[in-house]
Write a protein of this length. Sequence first.
Length: 119
Amino acid sequence: QVRLVESGGGLVQAGGSLRLSCAASGRTFSHYVAGWFRQAPGKERQFVAAITWSAGNPYYADSVKGRFTISRDNARNTVYLQMNSLKPEDTAVYYCALDPDADGGYDYWGQGTQVTVSS
């Protein structure tokens, strides 16, 4: 069974930065994609960023391009989301997810970590 544990959320003022971490344990996958999603109150969950584990190719939602950076540490089985120039509209619960077959299906999810950006 795969387990994903997020950390690093918190309260920050607009313009500030946070770094989220997602530690994966359990099965290992050779070609999976790791992603970050977020869900604000009353809104649907939305894609934020993803990275291919083998090549490290990143993908971003337009709303976070230029402000967020996704990266991974193969040795630690950890994915990071560096968030800079945060805006109040970035406030949400952020979830880490794993697509084990790189086919767009995220089968494994973490419990989420709250990010609150004050104006």
